[in-house]
Design a protein around this ligand. Structure first.
Ligand SMILES: [Zn+2]
Length: 277
């Protein structure tokens, strides 16, 4: 089964020049066209007109309400850990079936290891929800969102499950914070602990120029701690998304991993982590 993380969905018209872009019907179509069995959709925490179109509706409420016709798409919340209502939101949407939490420290303007986030991490750990961090250089104070800080979080909350998304790289350009991300992966790998909850998010990493970074990540984390994501639609529509997806599969396959390892990376690990079959 292919089960991919990291699909951005938006209300129709969030991007005025391409109103279909990133809508749930388009994601459903993309999955059918490309043989994707299941995918995780993120609540729309950005998009030029998202806020205006939602007109006050909470972003996670919007996603939940619109997911109903799509049994193969599961929801993940978008939550700012410093939101005074963060734990309340996490508990509510966990109850309603969402399987994890997307965070974007640079865009949401929170420092990864800010003690003000501790209640949020404790709450996610208790409920068994993954906390995904967008990592990579993204135009804010670098010291506040360097991936090394994720290690502080995991040391304070050993039971929390985290996904270090993009492995510290940014849009395929440069290594960014890759070495920090890999250090955190290694520090919580099977070498030191058998119950490690630190996962490598491979979204955007399987590019020709990052082939070695991809290989190093899989070697350090092990396939069972690697999660592939689409970053769909990002941002040019389904034809470009398909081309990018096929290119990424080619890069992954060029590593010539055993079939079982590839299957784990392309869905088995995410399935085991979330319980979604
Ligand atoms: Zn993304």
């Amino acid at each position: 089964m292919t089960f991919y993380n990291h699909c951005h969905v938006f209300p129709h018209g969030a991007f005025p020049d391409a109103p279909e872009l990133g809508t749930l019907p388009e994601l459903d179509l993309f999955m059918k066209d490309n043989g994707v069995d299941k995918a995780v959709a993120f609540a729309p925490f950005w998009g030029p007109r998202t806020r205006e179109i939602l007109d006050g509706e909470e972003i996670n409420a919007w996603l939940l309400r619109n997911l109903e016709p799509y049994p193969n798409i599961v929801g993940a919340m978008a939550v700012n850990p410093t939101d005074p209502k963060a734990c309340e939101i996490v508990e509510e949407y966990h109850r309603k079936g969402f399987i994890g939490i997307k965070t974007h420290p640079a865009a949401m303007r929170f420092q990864i290891d800010d003690p003000a986030c501790d209640d949020f991490y404790a709450c996610a750990a208790e409920l068994g929800l993954f906390v995904l961090f967008h990592t990579g250089v993204h135009g804010w104070v670098l010291s506040k969102y360097q991936p090394l800080l994720i290690d502080n979080v995991v040391c304070r909350h050993p039971n929390v499950t985290v996904i270090i998304e993009h492995m510290g790289t940014s849009d395929g350009i440069g290594r960014g914070f890759f070495d920090q991300a890999l250090a955190v992966i290694t520090n919580h790998s099977n070498r030191w602990r058998t119950d490690g909850g630190v996962y490598a998010g491979l979204t955007g990493l399987a590019k020709p120029q990052h082939r070695q970074l991809l290989a190093d990540t899989i070697a350090q984390a092990g396939p069972e701690r690697c999660i592939f994501g689409l970053d769909w639609p990002h941002m040019e529509g389904n034809a470009r998304a398909r081309d990018r997806y096929r290119m990424e599969l080619d890069v992954l396959r060029s590593l010539r991993l055993p079939q079982a390892a590839e299957d784990t990376i392309l869905g088995g690990a995410l399935s085991a982590l979330t319980g979604v079959q």
